[in-house]
Design a binder for this molecule. Sequence first.
Ligand SMILES: Nc1ncnc2c1ncn2[C@@H]1O[C@H](COP(=O)(O)OP(=O)(O)OP(=O)(O)O)[C@@H](O)[C@H]1O
Length: 232
Amino acid sequence: MEQGAKEIPVVYLHDIRRQYTQGETKLTILDGTKLALWAGQSVALVAPSGSGKSTLLHIAGLLESPDAGEVYIGGTATSGLSDVERTRIRRTDIGFVYQSHRLLPEFTALENVMLPQMIRGLRRSETVKRAREILSYLGLEDRVTHRPAELSGGEQQRVAIARAVANAPRVLLADEPTGNLDPNTADHVFNALMQLVKATRVAMLIATHNMELADRMDRRVSLENGHVVELD
Ligand SMILES: Nc1ncnc2c1ncn2[C@@H]1O[C@H](COP(=O)(O)OP(=O)(O)OP(=O)(O)O)[C@@H](O)[C@H]1O
């Protein structure tokens, strides 16, 4: 942990260990992993396939529990929390974007962005207003009534980003968010993510194989033998 002396990382992974059992063998994927994510900073996670990028994102996002170590969200240790409390943190403080958009096909763009807010208990009228604002911010004001199948790949991914930030999370975790897109569209979607980091000071961690995009982010890290190493 570095950065400003008084600042607390939005996410701090402390000595994370994660093993998977495959038949007789134990695979150690994360082994004493440490990583701090800071408000307003974009971090690229660039590491070979199978090195544990998705595992790290799932653990940072409280979707998966480590075998040892602690995940702090805004300074709060999460291992001792109940499932209900972890779910609450996941819903309010953490946003996810995946390689495929994972939007609900029978709902419009607007409804897809409203849903996380409604689950959180906000009034419908409020969720409509905020969903419209975010979609407009991402250049989708003319697409709010479209269903996912009626949107281009880049538009689908921007709706997925809008959904991820609908509850104004403190951290945005993205697993190959531009992996399915052509270079131009990938650039457009990537710019939208970077714009959000600057505008909202969300902390962002993106797993990517795209070094060109990684080079445009504030910081680059990799995974080597289960450890996070800083690149450059
Ligand atoms: N539930 C599981 N059970 C057993 N092994 C798993 C499980 N999940 C992941 N693994 C293994 O852990 C390793 C790391 O997987 P992970 O998906 O985190 O890698 P990754 O770096 O994200 O890879 P990619 O870039 O290909 O998406 C892989 O070898 C994978 O086979």
